[in-house]
Design a protein. Structure first.
Ligand code: PPS
Length: 573
């Protein structure tokens, strides 16, 4: 039935799930095996290995495989493979692992998903890896930051046995495996299929663009957005998928299907786009197209390479890839003719909305015009994308000890409480360390845990439309970026850099800690014997040598009002 479909990459769709008998054996034998709790990103990648989306891989790469993929984009048998697929573990866990011995892989709830027969363990050359994948080792580069903060230092490789697919309680009906999708399209007699990926909601122009592209490729369509790991540009996961489900009604059931792809976006350029295409091929697609996501911080730049570069890379590797790349064309609405046309071919009387404009309309509570989108899609977006005046937000103060973070945050608190409307929580550095983080010290590792905990609590508050005020030192750029990434998809994140010079903080020395740090009594003291990365992405910068706490609070309130989080009339009330 499926003979007319494109062959999976490497020839066959891998199935490494064990049968019932082996399942029982594993359950009883595995009691004493070391057990690794997968990170969310690792769980996504494991799912792609278990369900055959990463065919022909049957496990995580060993060092020899990794080296060859990095060097030549090939597996040992010569099959093209553009990006490493590895399992990263901590040094501590590595002490329990031995080559030749199995370990179990579990999800965050402790459910066993797979067994890894460890063949190999090594410490990769991180700088070489960063250079090869992201073209830079610059720690402030967003892709580098995301990779280093989500990857442990040691890699282990070996063959996998699948015990159970990762559990998804959300949208299970949209999560067909490659085999499932192949069976469906096989039954329908399709042979050519265009896989379309986007991180944005799909509106009328996109429906036209995808229909036209599928027609041009003489293919059916699978709308297959990558989900699972939220990036800064994403709207809320559930809203996004509900909106896709609504828009699906506007495609013909005979010609299109909707399926989710549990795959992280690593921002690794051409290598990653080619990998995404191979995964699509394993799902049965012959063509691949995606709508580029515009970077939230670098206006005009996309999270992936330019389309012409991708096209050239696909041309170069076409024989190896076996799936065609279809460049994405932006469609606009031609008012005279009441039709949607590619922007490059449009006449003068056109209407178009960028994703940013759509979001700012939603945030300001303005309408999305019917020529742009569908009533049901707009209704979905409005539900979980309330205007900023109703969204939650986090004001995150960072700065040296004694810089005045707590003073300003404490002065801001009653002002916001007085406005009413949202609950306000203050997560002050000192207070957090007495409660939430009472067991932690000031090593780099402990500071990171502390800030990520604060970030997690603030993200929950923000998600539930409250206000979180955080005031830790938060000395490291990468941890602050991780917190921003966590919170921005859920509401506002306002980083306030309290830029009081160290000499001033030291002169104040209200707690006598600087004197102790200078005397070497306190080790690793921020600004003296431990680093503080000056923020480059702060929304607000305050120097408390020049501003009084009231003036600093006013500056923050003005920013919040300008951005629409609070009413302007409330500032001086
Ligand atoms: S961090 O780096 O963000 O986790 O620090 P934070 O939780 O904000 O805690 C900072 C407060 O702890 C006191 N303290 C130290 N600060 C920096 N370095 C060292 N080694 C240290 N030891 C104790 C210090 O009083 C900080 O309080 P604030 O309110 O910032 O002055």
């Amino acid at each position: 039935m499926e003979q007319h479909l494109i062959r999976p990459h490497g020839g066959t769709l891998v199935d490494i799930m064990v049968d019932e008998k082996r399942h029982d054996e594993i359950r009883s034998e595995s009691r004493d095996w070391p057990s690794w709790d997968l990170t969310p990103r690792q769980t996504l990648e494991l799912e792609l290995l278990l369900n055959g989306a990463f065919s022909p891989l049957r496990g995580y790469m060993t060092q020899a495989e990794y080296d060859r993929v990095m060097r030549e984009m090939r597996l040992p048998d010569g099959v093209f493979w553009p990006m490493p697929v590895t399992l990263d573990i901590t040094e501590k866990f590595a002490e329990t692992v031995e080559a030749g011995k199995p370990i179990t892989l579990r999800d965050q709830e402790g459910v066993m998903l797979a067994v890894l027969d460890v063949e190999d363990m090594w410490t990769p050359d991180r700088d070489a890896e960063l250079k090869e994948l992201f073209g830079t080792t610059d720690p402030s580069n967003r892709a580098v930051l995301s990779h280093t903060s989500k990857t442990n230092p040691i890699y282990i490789g070996g063959a996998l046995e699948g015990v159970q697919y990762p559990l998804h309680y959300d949208f299970p009906d949209l999560r067909a495996t490659p085999q499932g999708v192949r069976s469906r399209i096989g039954r329908r007699g399709w042979s050519r299929m265009l896989a379309f990926d986007t991180r944005y909601p799909i509106h009328r122009p996109d429906v036209e663009a995808t229909r036209a592209a599928a027609k041009e490729a003489n293919a059916n369509l699978i709308i297959q957005p990558m989900v699972g790991e939220i990036v800064r540009e994403d709207i809320d996961h559930f809203t996004r998928i509900r909106a896709y489900r609504e828009v699906k009604q506007n495609y013909s059931h005979q010609t299109s299907i909707l399926g989710l792809l549990p795959m992280p976006l690593k921002m690794a350029g051409l290598r990653e786009v080619m990998l995404q295409a191979l995964v699509r091929k394993n799902y049965g697609a012959t063509h691949f197209m995606f709508r580029p996501t515009l970077s939230a911080e670098n206006k005009g730049e996309t999270l992936t390479p330019p389309q012409d570069e991708i096209r050239a890379a696909f041309d170069e590797h076409q024989e190896d890839l076996g799936i065609e790349f279809v460049p994405y064309e932006n469609y606009v609405y031609e008012t005279d003719n009441d039709q949607y046309v590619p922007a490059s071919k449009a006449g003068k009387s056109i209407k178009t909305l960028t994703e940013e404009q759509v979001r700012s309309r939603l945030q300001d509570g303005r309408e999305i015009p019917p020529w742009f989108s569908y009533e049901e899609v707009i209704a979905e977006l409005k539900k979980t994308y309330p205007p900023r005046s109703q969204q939650g937000f986090t004001v995150f103060f960072t700065g040296l000890s004694g810089s005045g973070k707590s003073t300003v945050a404490n002065a801001l608190l009653p002002k916001l409480l007085q406005m009413g409307g949202r609950p306000v929580t203050l997560l002050d550095g000192d207070k957090v360390r007495k409660n939430l983080s009472s067991e932690l010290g000031f090593s780099k590792e402990h500071r990171d845990i502390n800030i990520l905990r604060i970030g997690y609590v603030a993200s929950e508050i923000t998600k539930n439309h409250g206000i979180a005020l955080c005031a830790p030192i938060a000395p490291y750029e990468h941890t602050r970026a991780a917190v921003r990434d966590l919170i921005e998809p859920l509401g506002g994140f306002i980083l306030v850099y309290v830029d009081t010079p160290i000499e001033v903080c030291e002169t104040r020395d209200r707690k006598g800690l600087y004197a102790k740090a200078r005397a070497g009594i306190i080790k690793e003291f921020t600004g003296i014997s431990d680093p503080y990365d000056v923020p480059v992405d702060a929304e607000i910068v305050i120097d408390t040598t020049e501003l009084s706490p009231e003036e600093a609070v006013h500056k923050v309130l003005l920013y919040l009002a300008n951005q629409g989080y609070i009413g302007e009339d409330k500032i001086n009330a």
